[in-house]
Design a protein around this ligand. Sequence first.
Ligand code: ZN
Length: 139
Amino acid sequence: MSMKLEHIGVAVASIERHLKVWRDIFGFVVGKMTEVAGQKVKVVMLDVGGVHVELIEPLSQDSTIQKFIEKRGEGLHHLSFEVDDLHKMIEELKKRGVRMIDDVPRIGAHGSVIAFVHPSSTGGVLIELSQEGVVEQEV
Ligand code: ZN
């Protein structure tokens, strides 16, 4: 089983506002802003040195990120691990008794497919598993 930390997701009410610290003061390089329609969010990746920080802003009141911010405030939301074969990984984890939020991969940002592991299996940390380059990228 091979998993590599790819990014740390941070839920924010406004990406623009927080770029003033992450980009302008910390000096991290910002990637392209993308909308993930399925999750009603927009995201931006910052290269923080081998791994990324993903700022996630809700686009709708019924986005799970909006609900997260209302309940717990802005802050750390998930860790994202890159895997080689997401289908196989989900089957393997389930076989070993790990509770999944997603039994079936869904479309993530930047042409990836993702699946979330339930925090009850991981010490309260929401974990996103991601396989890159699966979905045709929109240009
Ligand atoms: Zn993420």
